[in-house]
Each structure stands twice: as structure tokens, then as C-alpha cells.
Design a protein around this ligand. Sequence first.
Ligand code: ASP
Length: 321
Amino acid sequence: MTSPAQDPSRIRFALHGGAGDPPPGNGAQPERRDALRRIATEALALLRGGASALDAATRAVELLEDCPLFNAGVGAVLNRDGQVELDAAVMDGADRRCGAVTCVSRVRSPVRLARAVMERTPHVFFGGGGAERLAAELGLERVEPGFFVTEERLQQLRAAQRSGAITLDHDDHAPCDDDAPFGTVGAVARDAWAHLAAATSTGGLTNKLPGRVGDTPVIGAGTFADDHSAAVSCTGTGEAFIRSGFGHALHARIAWCGWDLERACAEALEAVAHYHGRGGCIAVDHRGKVALPFSSRSMYRAWVEADGVVRVAIGPGGDGG
Ligand code: ASP
């Protein structure tokens, strides 16, 4: 298959920093908005400079992992034992190459490791000790697990353990079956050659059982990309996104049924609700449409459509310029 000629007007981009229900008066909102804008602006500059969708999405997620305000990398939520267990995935829509890792706690950038799995091994998915060993063998930066732990997440874990809840990110008050905020970070991009890519990274759920794997690294659930349909990155109740096969279901509705992106996303989120989950996704399709739907009360997000303007919003209705 030959690639179309480069055309910067094809560029689109979106990222998310988790869906949910931030408590009123949450003091970190301005910082989160600033971080989303800064990272989206950097990704847009990369795409305009000729970067691939895969490079832009990977880099945006790497920057989000390094930002302690979101549930990935530094600032990730803690499991029942007070440890971080990080999941990440990348997928290239041009040829469906993909890479994913789960339950890593010593790799500075899980999304970079997922990318290395895709590009430097014959496999697509590594977990736990094998993933850590691969990171060491490939020379990726490694850190002590404490590197990722923040005081806020320790407090969140203690609160969750007092109430016996398994909670989602930004959640100060509710268990995962109610209006709790979610976490996870992700990015999707369409480059000047009309190729699509998706990347997602997460710490999962606060107080989760050790070894639990969510939707983020499951290709076809929380992360998916195909140039014939869309690139998508999800956030929310991982178990329900896995049960609904979110990413691949979105692909099937667009590529096989000819649905438009918005309808396909709405239907996919209905399926998540059917399996008792909530959350949202960011998606860009093969025509350059961008969708950022969510069934929670809010989703931290930034995006760039055809006009090239970076927009940032948290609540419903695109509340930010
Ligand atoms: N989807 C993630 C998981 O289940 C959590 C989240 O988005 O907050 O691991």
C-alpha cells in the first residue's frame, strides 16, 4: 500500500487525562488544564514538524506519565499493597503493529516500553517480571518503585482502604460503582499522511488487587488503531471496557457497518454501561473527525481539529478555549 502525499491539513490530535467526577473546588484543576494544553501544543508542533501519528501519540503519553497530576507514571494510583503496577499500550493504525505491557513498577516510561515491545521484539504483550527484564535488556530507563509514589496517592489509598473500596483516579469519595472520577492518560493522532495511532498509560485503580490488569494494555479494549476506521484511547471502568471489547467494537462499527465516529462511540459507550461501567474515550477517525465522548460527569481532555486550535475542557459541553 502506498502512502498518500504529506498534507498538514490532515493533522488531528486528542489526549485525555482521565474521565470521572472531580470533587467540587478541586484545587489542581488549573494545573491540570495547563498541563493538558502544554502537552497537546507540543504534540501538535511535532505533527506539524513532520512527526508520525505514532511518535506524537507516544510522546504525549510519555509527557503525561511524567506529570504527577495524572494517573500514569509519576503520580499513579497504588494497589492494595501500596505498590504501583503500571500498564501501557501503543498501536500504529497503518499496519496494526502494537505493543503492550502490564504490571511494571520499575520502568520510567511504560509507554516507551510498550513502543519497544512493538518495534524491538517479535511479540506484542509482556507482563510483570518478563517486562521488567525486557526493559533492562533493551536499555530503557529504570527507577525504584518509590519514584512513582506521591503523598496524595498514599492518602487516597488509605481513604480507599478505610472504606474498603476499589476506586478510580481523582476519586476522593466514592467507590468505583458510583460517580467516582477515573484516571489513565492517552493520546490519539492523525498525521500529515493520514495515518492514525493511539497510546494509553495508567496506574489502574486505587486499592486494586495486586496483579489486576485493566483495559489500557488490552489491544482492542482500551487501546486500538486502524487506518480504515479510527484510533481510540479509553478511560473508565476497565473491566467493562474489556467485556465490551471497546476499541475493536468501535473499529467494526466504522469499518464494517459504515457508521460515523460519533454514532460508533455512543453505541460503544452504551455497551460499557450495559456491563456496569462508565468512562470515556478520545478518538480520531480516518476522515479526520475527532470525538471525545464520556458517560461520566467529566473527562480531562485537549484536542485539535481542522482549524488547528488547541482546545482544553474538563466538564461536558467543551468548557474551555
Ligand atoms: N481504565 C483504567 C483501568 O481500568 C482506569 C481508568 O481509566 O481510570 O485500569
